[in-house]
Design a protein around this ligand. Structure first.
Ligand SMILES: C[S@@+](CC[C@H](N)C(=O)[O-])C[C@H]1O[C@@H](n2cnc3c(N)ncnc32)[C@H](O)[C@@H]1O
Length: 477
């Protein structure tokens, strides 16, 4: 019983220092960097994890949890913002961004992880006390407690507008994509509600890690993995799908460049270009937009098997250095040049095969770059248009008559894919190109649902790959 003098007064809790949880602190630091400095989570996070592991603050499991917190929170930010807005009594724009980041981290733990609700709330409030101060931590506590009232499906029923009233707004909130991205993806995909929902859901899944066997056989590569460590690719004869866990960069085959980490979609683009028929010689290949070098490394290996030589061009010097690193040890004849593909340093008609994997919005790789969907703007699409058309025109000039150009994007947006190729072929905004379509679908035997052709569009929910696009064109004059 409290002493008589204290009776009737509210009992004060003894002051408790907040627990400094290095995992949540690190996750918060990454979210702030993404928000404040436009940093890329896939660059900042590994660097901070490596430092923290080096200091002995985090072990592998902690790092995996920090990764899940950062990527999951960023991917689901649209849904969480709608839920947080329903739990806050003022417009979200009036809540400080660092407070919103803490709330989103808490919402993610409560609604999408197995962390028990009481632990998610107390750990997030402790984080708030450390990074925001005790006053704002009380606000965080109150909002998180409101969020615990429902699970994610119920919250989405409550906060998303009904599908029948506004399908795109509904999907935007439920699947956490900006409305304009939902709209663009649906235009490119076609199909009904279930198809677009499957795509949007796939964008929110963590992609599996795939290796490409470059100077080795995929069977041998599998043999180098521990028991149960991988399985053959779904579509690419060179792919090995890694089981979860472990750092692929530490595998000897990857360290030695015999294999690399590469999505199967990117492998298929390089393989289809290499499989296209060219009339006559097949000795000189060009990758006109090579940085950071994933496709160039596979092309170099394929070229070396046939005695062909690869020129890998890249406009940005620092990215050209990455290309040189990717090509090191690939064997065969290859050369890396810093060059603007729209004002080329090579003579016209001097290549037999050309890949032009143009800069684009990256809307096909949303699984990998969790913040990209929030950073991109609709006007970015038209911003890339002139360089995409210029690069394709130059690629068609660089290839000789009878040779083949592959135009690739890691965006399925129709304005970046078919529209660019159609404009260049029909001479909109320049002279018409003397080139014909090559049907790319038969060059990828066994890969289903590639579209109506002659170009191909891969999809995360159909193929488990990034949404890569490829058009193949043969120069005719
Ligand atoms: C989509 S990325 C290419 C990815 C690469 N093919 C791979 O698989 O690793 C596009 C690249 O084109 C480069 N780029 C942009 N404009 C260019 C230009 N005018 N000439 C050459 N490269 C350019 C960018 O710096 C970027 O590295």
């Amino acid at each position: 019983m409290p002493p008589a003098a204290d009776r009737g007064r509210p009992t004060r809790r003894p002051y408790r220092r907040p627990r400094r949880d290095p995992v949540r602190l690190l996750a918060f630091e990454v979210l702030r960097a993404v928000d404040e400095r436009d940093a890329y989570a896939n660059l900042v996070l590994p660097a901070l994890l490596a430092e923290a592991e080096g200091r002995g603050e985090l072990d592998r499991r902690d790092s995996a949890f920090a990764t899940e917190l950062v990527y999951g929170t960023l991917r689901r930010q649209g849904s969480y913002d709608a839920i947080i807005a329903a739990c806050v009594d003022r417009p979200l724009r009036e809540v400080d961004p660092p407070v919103l980041d803490v709330l989103a981290l808490g919402a993610h733990q409560l609604l999408s992880t197995r962390v028990p609700a009481h632990a998610a709330v107390s750990a997030t409030v402790d984080l708030a006390r450390v990074v925001l101060g005790d006053g704002r931590a009380k606000f965080v506590n109150a909002v998180l407690r409101r969020i615990t009232a429902h699970d994610l499906p119920r919250w989405l029923e409550l906060v998303a507008p009904p599908y029948d009233e506004d399908p795109e707004d509904h999907l935007s909130v439920v699947h956490s994509h900006p409305r304009w991205v939902v709209s663009a993806l649906w235009d490119a995909l076609g199909g009904d509600r279930s198809e677009i929902e499957a795509l949007l859901a796939a964008d929110n899944e963590r992609p599996e890690v795939t290796l490409v066997a470059r100077r080795t056989d995929p069977g041998e590569l599998l043999g180098e993995l521990p028991e149960g460590g991988g399985q053959p690719g779904r579509w690419s004869p060179r792919a090995v799908r890694l089981a979860a866990g472990g750092d692929p960069a530490e595998l000897p085959a990857v360290r030695e460049g015999r294999a690399g980490v590469q999505d199967e979609g990117s492998q298929l683009v390089a393989l289809a270009l290499a499989a296209a028929e060219v009339d006559g010689e097949d000795r000189r290949w060009l990758d006109a937009c090579a940085g950071p070098g994933g496709k160039a490394a596979l092309l170099a290996a394929l070229a070396a098997e046939r005695g062909a030589a690869l020129v890998a061009a890249e406009k940005q010097p620092h990215r050209a250095r990455l290309v040189a690193r990717a090509l090191a040890g690939q064997g065969g004849a290859h050369q890396v040049v810093v060059a603007d593909g729209t004002a080329p340093a090579w003579r016209p008609r001097s290549f037999d095969r050309v890949l032009v994997d143009v800069p684009c919005t990256g809307l096909g790789a949303l699984r990998r770059r969790p913040e990209a969907r929030w950073r991109r703007r609709p006007e970015d699409v038209s911003g890339f248009g002139p360089v995409q058309r210029g690069l394709l025109r130059s690629a068609l000039e660089a290839v000789r008559v009878g040779g083949v150009v592959g135009y690739a994007t890691c965006s399925p947006h129709l304005a970046e894919t078919r529209a660019v190729v159609d404009d260049v072929l029909r001479g909109r905004g320049g002279p018409p190109a003397a080139a014909e379509w090559v049907d790319a679908r038969p060059l990828l035997p066994g890969v289903p649902d590639l579209g109506e052709g002659p170009d191909i569009q891969l999809w995360p929910h159909r193929h488990g790959t990034d949404a890569m696009y490829l058009a193949l064109l043969r120069r005719t004059g």
